[in-house]
Design a protein around this ligand. Structure first.
Ligand code: NAP
Length: 412
């Protein structure tokens, strides 16, 4: 093995994909139990390593030399073995966070910064904020003097960074704070990137605050590690390219719209065009209930159906890179709308009311009911959608337009 990632347990990591995009093939994942760490660092077959939880501090004891940033922060996420067999330790999370903050227009100088969590990533956040001249840095720790009970005393907070795993898949709806209780808040960073929009970031979005996930930081720290491994400069544009490629792979294409507007058909066409798996929320609900949607309405009423729908959506919303066809009323609940946005780019499919399929659709089985639904739901669909396209019910044109929009969104 030449290059890879050590940590324990490793779970699902994007590092091999990311390093592949940046240029290093055959990057390996090495889940290393603690009892094997020392032997591997001393005698293992590698040239360079990235290091993750729980070893970012532990590996420092084996380094012959530390970069000034690694020493300042007290954490190493990149190791290089030189020709003499000596280990050099670096911290590239630092430059990752620097680029992330810069990309969002955040300048820490003179700002009051609140950092959630007191682990390895929190140390990096503190170092960047301090070196850039933050006026105040407060670290929120469950057992610390600043904790989640007294945190709202710090109403003057201007920048919040989440450096905890709270909100990470599969706990999509979890968050540690109510952002609206910080009246001076200017920006929010969440180092989590799975989901792409954590519950905290959705709140920031709803409050109209600049916000970003940790994907660019992840790409930039990987690029900086490759510069060390390969001893060559790589432009930041490669980090941006890798970040966008990963973001595109991870994002679901979500179809919403009136019952019978062709979401399932267009979703199947899109699946073929994009080479992605297609998932249909109504089909999943029927499979789970072992009966048809009209039968669920008959037995459990609309409320029962909506409960089943939200439960099924929780399963789908955490997935990545899928085509998801929603039911016509999925978007009625604010919780469902948030779940759809966590990993999705949302497309509204429109069609002439007279051409919408009404069979087997309990809430739109007459022309009058359909007009009422369109009037009530239209504004909700429009507000949620990132883009809208018309289905002509004759060709694949809507699917092609959606694919073009999706590709363009991530290529710009
Ligand atoms: P870590 O060393 O394990 O620290 C996480 C900290 O989060 C803990 O020290 C703890 O602080 C807090 N925490 C853990 N569980 C919590 C809970 N249930 N409620 C409240 N606080 C909790 O992990 P890390 O390396 O700092 O990573 C933290 C997060 O940042 C992870 O999600 C990781 O994926 C992400 N990260 C992203 C990047 C990137 O490139 N985007 C880089 C590094 C890390 P207290 O005990 O003090 O409360």
């Amino acid at each position: 093995m030449k290059y890879g990632l050590i940590g324990y347990p490793l779970g699902h990591s994007m590092s091999p994909q990311l390093h592949g995009l940046l240029g290093i093939e055959n990057y390996e994942l090495l889940p290393l139990p603690p009892e094997n760490l020392e032997a591997f660092l001393l005698e293992g077959d590698f040239l360079g390593l990235n290091v993750t939880i729980p070893y970012k501090r532990a590996v420092m004891a084996y380094c012959d030399k530390l970069s000034s940033q690694a020493e300042d922060i007290g954490s190493v996420n990149t190791l290089l073995r030189d020709k003499q067999g000596r280990l050099h330790g670096y911290n590239t999370d630092y430059v990752g966070l620097e680029l992330l903050a810069k990309a969002l227009g955040i300048c820490f100088a003179g700002k009051r910064v609140l950092i959630l969590g007191s682990g390895g990533a929190s140390l990096t956040c503190r170092a960047v904020a301090k070196n850039e001249g933050a006026a105040e840095i407060r670290v929120v720790s469950r057992q610390g003097p600043v904790n989640y009970k007294n945190v709202y005393e710090f109403r003057d907070t201007e920048i919040i960074i989440n450096a905890t795993p709270v909100g990470m898949y599969p706990n999509l709806e979890e968050k540690l704070l109510e952002l609206k209780r910080f009246p001076n808040l200017e920006a929010v960073l969440d180092l989590i990137y799975n989901p792409l929009r954590s519950a905290l970031l959705l709140d920031a979005e709803e409050l109209g605050l600049p916000h970003a996930n940790g994907l660019l930081m992840l790409a930039q720290q990987a690029k900086a590690a490759e510069e060390i491994f390969l001893n060559k400069e790589i432009p930041d544009s490669h980090s941006w390219k890798a970040k966008k490629a990963l973001e595109k792979q991870m994002t679901n294409i979500v179809l919403i719209g009136m019952p019978g507007c062709g979401k399932s058909t267009i979703a199947r066409q899109l699946a073929d065009l994009c080479g992605r798996e297609y998932l249909d929320l109504d089909i999943l609900i029927q499979e789970q209930a072992s009966c048809s949607i009209p039968q669920i309405f008959q037995k459990e009423g609309e409320n029962g159906f909506r409960l089943r729908e939200s439960a099924a959506l929780r399963e789908l919303a955490g997935k990545h890179g899928k085509i998801i066809a929603c039911g016509g009323g999925t978007v009625l609940s604010p919780e469902n709308r948030r779940l759809l946005r966590q990993n999705g780019r949302i497309y509204l499919l429109k069609g002439e009311l007279s051409r919408l399929e009404r069979r087997g659709r309990p809430l739109s089985d007459s022309p009058e009911a359909l007009v009422r639904l369109a009037r009530d739901r239209g504004p909700i669909y429009e507000a949620l959608a990132d883009a809208a396209f018309c289905n002509d019910f004759l060709s694949e044109s809507a699917a092609r337009q959606i694919k073009e929009d999706f590709d363009a969104h991530f290529n710009n």
